[in-house]
Design a protein around this ligand. Sequence first.
Ligand SMILES: *[C@@H]1O[C@H](CO)[C@@H](O)[C@H](O)[C@H]1NC(C)=O
Ligand SMILES: *[C@@H]1O[C@H](CO)[C@@H](O)[C@H](O)[C@H]1NC(C)=O
Ligand SMILES: *[C@@H]1O[C@H](CO)[C@@H](O)[C@H](O)[C@H]1NC(C)=O
Ligand SMILES: *[C@@H]1O[C@H](CO)[C@@H](O)[C@H](O)[C@H]1NC(C)=O
Ligand SMILES: *[C@@H]1O[C@H](CO)[C@@H](O)[C@H](O)[C@H]1NC(C)=O
Ligand SMILES: *[C@@H]1O[C@H](CO)[C@@H](O)[C@H](O)[C@H]1NC(C)=O
Ligand SMILES: *[C@@H]1O[C@H](CO)[C@@H](O)[C@H](O)[C@H]1NC(C)=O
Ligand SMILES: *[C@@H]1O[C@H](CO)[C@@H](O)[C@H](O)[C@H]1NC(C)=O
Ligand SMILES: *[C@@H]1O[C@H](CO)[C@@H](O)[C@H](O)[C@H]1NC(C)=O
Ligand SMILES: *[C@@H]1O[C@H](CO)[C@@H](O)[C@H](O)[C@H]1NC(C)=O
Length: 876
Amino acid sequence: MGISLINQSTNHTLYFNMAPCVSISILVLALWVLCIFTHSTTMVVAAESPALELEAKALLESGWWSSNYTTNGSSLNHCGWPGIFCNDGGSVIDIFKRDVYVGDKFRKFNFSSFTNLEGLNLYNTGLQGSIPPEIGTLSKLAHLSLFMNNLTGNLPLSLANLTQLETFVISSNLISGSIPKELGNLKNLKYLDLSANAFIGTIPIAICLLTNLTYLMASNNQLTGELPPSLANLTQLERFNISSNLISGSIPKELGNLKNLSTLDLSNNTLTGPIPSTPSLLTGLSHLDLSSNDIAGQIPITIGHLTNLRTLSLAWNQISGSIPAEIANCISLHNITLSHNYLTGTISFDMSNLYLLVYLDLSYNNLSGFIPRTINHLTILETLSLNWNQINGSIPTEIIGCQSLRHLTLSHNNISGDISFELGDSQPLELLDLSYNNLTGNIPIFSISIKKINLSYNSLQGQIPNGYLNCTPYTFIGNKDLCGDIQGFRPCFSNSPSSFSKKKTSPNNNKSIIHQIKIVVPLSFFPVFLLLGCIFLSRRGDKKTKSDSSEPKNGDLFSIWNYDGKIAYEDIIKATKDFDISYCIGIGGYGSVYKVQLPSGKVVAIKKLHRLEAENPTFDKSFKNEVKMLAEIRHRNIVKLLGYCLHNRCMFLIYEYMERGSLFSVLSNDVEAVEFDWMKTMNVIKSTAHALCYMHHECVPAIVHRDITSNNILLNSELEGSVSDFGMAKFLDLDSSNQTLVAGTYGYLAPELAYTMVVTEKCDVYSFGVVALEILMGRHPGELMTSLSTSQSVMLNEILDQRLPPPNCLVAKDVFLAAAISFACLHTTPKSRPTMKWVSQEFLSHKKPVTNPLHLVSLWQLRNQENYTIGESETQ
Ligand SMILES: *[C@@H]1O[C@H](CO)[C@@H](O)[C@H](O)[C@H]1NC(C)=O
Ligand SMILES: *[C@@H]1O[C@H](CO)[C@@H](O)[C@H](O)[C@H]1NC(C)=O
Ligand SMILES: *[C@@H]1O[C@H](CO)[C@@H](O)[C@H](O)[C@H]1NC(C)=O
Ligand SMILES: *[C@@H]1O[C@H](CO)[C@@H](O)[C@H](O)[C@H]1NC(C)=O
Ligand SMILES: *[C@@H]1O[C@H](CO)[C@@H](O)[C@H](O)[C@H]1NC(C)=O
Ligand SMILES: *[C@@H]1O[C@H](CO)[C@@H](O)[C@H](O)[C@H]1NC(C)=O
Ligand SMILES: *[C@@H]1O[C@H](CO)[C@@H](O)[C@H](O)[C@H]1NC(C)=O
Ligand SMILES: *[C@@H]1O[C@H](CO)[C@@H](O)[C@H](O)[C@H]1NC(C)=O
Ligand SMILES: *[C@@H]1O[C@H](CO)[C@@H](O)[C@H](O)[C@H]1NC(C)=O
Ligand SMILES: *[C@@H]1O[C@H](CO)[C@@H](O)[C@H](O)[C@H]1NC(C)=O
């Protein structure tokens, strides 16, 4: 008996790792059961009062215990049954069942028979149906847990009778309806857990009467409305978690009264407004999660009062301003996540106090300046993510001080300088992403522990060290001048001293030998490492490169960057047999497109411009400036301009080659269109939106495409989309005698271009709407755009591409969202169209609109979705 009980309680604590917020309740309950156990004497056999007989009878009839326990004739030994605890008088005070199927027998349980019951804990017993209202007769009940069952229906109002209740756990059920205000009667309640149900409606103010509450959990429901300021009455509150609901409004500053609060989790709601800056807020707080809301404003400097704070997550909001220096006062911080906001300024807070930091994620902001040298104090830091900012300067050598660093992501910044040779040497580095920066110099030999590495799109040069021979070319592409025995790169001339770092030639050579010894030995023991992609390996046996004798004379195409690369020019002339028609894969408005395999093996698309434009001197100058700028643009959804040659002898642009050609050609081919399923379709729409958002809102000055059509969206081998020809239309039509006709393609042109020549971002928004609809429909929407107002009864599912099976429930919301956004973009008044920024964010937001099945949504309803016609377009 005793043993089985202890087993049960240890099982409970084992569960701890699985669901942190819920596991606390389990632990509390386990302790409570142990406590009851020590207070009660088991095995009381005497005392045959009528009340006890009733209890015994009720237990027999409940059907909760197998017949083994009931066939011994007398049930008076029921105090010895598993999970039953009696008081000295032999009356049942506690019932505890776990992982035993009780199912729909809940209703057979005669509550009124258990006049002394203080605890009822039915944990994962498959309870079904609604909670019987008779539960209200258990007048002495102090602890009630029905955690993890299949209970449905509303909470019975009779719960209000359980005035002795201190613990009420109903989490992980299917309870619906609103939280009854009658719970406000339960004045002794300390622990209330309503999480993971289907509760709707607002948080009743009556809850704020429960002044003894220490735990209030209601996460993962569909609660709406605002947080009542009177929550401030709950002065004993230690944990408050209402994450993953639909709570709106701002965070009441009154929460600052909650002096005992240690966990505040309001994440994944729709909260707006600023973070309150009341000086008294939350000083004992150790866990603050406000992520995934619409919180704006700045991080208040009062954050510095939170000296007990361990976790701070403000990610996925609209927080602006700089990171206050006061954050350095939060000396207990272990985890800072501020990604996906609009933070600006430099990272200037003093890191020397934050030596407990394990995780620092500031990615996807607009932070600038240097990586602070005080970073060397972060000796237990494991993850540093600063990607997608505008950080410049070099990687400080002090980063070596981060001795526990595993994941270092600095991609998409403006970091320059060379890569410190010691990086990774004394650190367990596993992931290193330095791509899309302006790092120069040679590639050092990194530590063997690195499993993933990305150095692409920098200005690195020289030899790719032998240790990287098993990396894919994508690890290195887009650099200045790299060589090595790796596919896609020219071989190095043997032992050319210039391909090694000048300053460190001899120590480095020694080091690489040591590395190779270190490497070969462990690898022979762990062949599985071979699968990990980019790791060190000894030199490949077969040197089968150099198949062509036409060795590139001056490196690969990247030397054309400065458009004086005559020799590379010759490479291209040679590879295309002087632009032989057999290499031509398409002819566009202003040039012909050739597919070319360069001597290095790389396949690129070359756009050869028509002579006419090339000979116009004004065109020449501005075009060159623009092309130089475009060549520096790096966005995964914009076809990369890899190089160019602008000279009177050669006028061509070199683009990344997109294997599957244009979106238009894929949509026009019935076989390919089927392969282009809803998931991929949605991705292309989103990618296009992100690319446009980037060019409109993140480039200074903004770049308007002017010719978004299904022909200008290209797909790679995975059918992922990228926008091509950004900014080209502006120049390439300048010389046209039809000045009034703005560049663009009929059928995609915004209607205002018929009466005004002013091209704005909103023209692209319109064209995007057409393309998005074209993707959804599998063909150009054509007449649908004009007949929208008359085709009110057409349902959304009727216009979708009929070659595809109807979207499943996973993508249906995306399809709905895409359709709603397309219609918003097609608004005839430019001002009423949303901005691409808004569109892009709408797609990124994980909050999907609530929608009916697609066959119940009419186009008319879609067009009149209030929240998709206004957007945020008026702000500029
Ligand atoms: C039933 O009674 C027998 C003998 O009296 C005893 O050995 C057995 O443990 C009892 N079963 C239960 C489940 O109490
Ligand atoms: C439940 O027990 C009470 C006595 O406590 C009795 O009056 C009542 O009939 C029982 N109900 C059922 C459904 O057996
Ligand atoms: C709830 O019911 C479903 C289906 O009847 C079952 O698969 C699941 O295990 C049940 N959950 C619990 C916690 O009993
Ligand atoms: C709740 O208590 C009231 C008065 O104490 C009583 O009349 C009522 O029957 C009780 N309700 C239930 C469901 O037990
Ligand atoms: C709160 O709990 C204390 C004991 O923990 C108790 O004395 C007090 O009555 C409770 N407050 C209310 C309003 O019930
Ligand atoms: C966010 O909340 C919604 C419900 O409002 C839920 O479906 C979703 O899973 C939550 N997301 C996360 C990451 O918790
Ligand atoms: C830090 O917090 C983020 C977001 O809340 C989470 O994804 C990450 O796993 C946490 N890291 C650590 C080490 O706790
Ligand atoms: C990269 O760095 C080099 C030399 O430090 C500099 O000349 C060049 O302008 C930089 N490029 C970019 C895109 O910042
Ligand atoms: C100019 O535009 C008009 C009207 O679209 C068209 O008919 C004409 O052919 C165009 N002229 C030239 C030179 O492109
Ligand atoms: C539109 O948004 C507002 C608040 O942003 C919300 O109250 C309203 O319910 C939304 N309407 C629709 C149709 O989604």
